[in-house]
Write a protein that binds this ligand. Structure first.
Ligand SMILES: Cc1cc2nc3c(=O)[nH]c(=O)nc-3n(C[C@H](O)[C@H](O)[C@H](O)COP(=O)(O)OP(=O)(O)OC[C@H]3O[C@@H](n4cnc5c(N)ncnc54)[C@H](O)[C@@H]3O)c2cc1C
Length: 227
């Protein structure tokens, strides 16, 4: 690979590694750990490799930059109530606490995740080895405990919450060039396949300039019944 191109002419893009590592409820920012934040000339170093395109992480909180950034179209994936500054009140969510445990045994359970809906304070146990295929004398598990407060994970599907969401959805529908996509922005629990489907549908709508249907239609919400 030279000058940003491979031999068969396919362009090579660079990408900054920007993962956030989460251990329990502590977060570690890869860009901080690597010292990238302190090295403004990293971009020149990447350019010196002959790369012409760089995928760069934009880690802004919308509320902090909403008055500074100009855009033609905005795709908002955060909480819809937060977008409207909680005008009608807060949409409730259920959260989780994760408890990690490494045990002196190569194996704990038969499969990656087992749910325990009724009998314990935790609701499921995940043993990561089944996902990665790792072989090791020890094994790491995570127990999930339901919490009323914390990061917003699961919308609470109750009639009053749905009505509250609909008030925010009505505000969202009045906006042009702003699209609300995903589980927080449309206040529904989606699995990944469902949220990808919603994103693709929204993309199609944007590209077809169908501005009258920015939020999921009733037909699209049929997908939600699977969750
Ligand atoms: C514990 C748990 C387990 C799950 N397990 C599975 C599973 O096994 N299989 C499966 O298919 N799905 C699973 N899901 C669901 C899956 O995680 C979601 O479907 C998917 O992440 C939803 O994607 P999203 O883009 O809507 O939301 P998210 O992935 O939450 O993305 C929202 C994005 O918006 C950004 N954002 C939020 N607020 C702001 C703001 N104010 N300003 C700027 N950016 C903002 C966030 O940083 C984030 O990047 C699980 C979910 C949870 C909580």
């Amino acid at each position: 690979m030279m000058n940003g191109y491979s031999r068969n002419g396919v362009e090579i893009w660079a990408g900054i590694e920007c993962s956030y590592n989460r251990v329990d409820n502590n977060y570690m920012d890869q860009l901080n750990l690597s010292g990238h934040y302190e090295r403004c000339d990293d971009v020149q170093r990447i350019a010196a490799l002959g790369l012409k395109a760089l995928r760069y992480p934009v880690l802004w909180d919308y509320q902090e930059v909403m008055n500074e950034v100009n855009y033609k179209k905005l795709i908002f994936t955060g909480p819809v109530d937060e977008y409207f500054n909680f005008k009608y009140g807060k949409l409730p969510y259920r959260s989780l606490r994760f408890k990690f445990e490494t045990i002196e045994s190569s194996n704990f359970q038969e499969t990656g995740t087992i749910n325990y809906p009724n009998d314990y304070a935790f609701t499921r146990i995940t043993e990561f080895k089944h996902l990665t295929g790792q072989k090791h004398d020890k094994t790491t598990l995570v127990y999930e405990f339901p919490e009323a407060t914390g990061d917003p994970y699961y919308p609470v599907p109750r009639t009053e919450n749905d009505l509250l969401y609909k008030k925010y959805a009505a505000l969202a529908n009045q906006l042009t060039n702003t699209y609300f996509v995903g589980r927080l922005a449309t206040y529904r629990y989606y699995n990944m396949d469902q949220v990808v489907a919603q994103a693709l549908t929204t993309f199609k709508k944007i590209t077809q300039a169908d501005l009258s249907a920015k939020l999921p239609t009733d037909d699209e919400r049929i997908l939600e019944k699977r969750s």
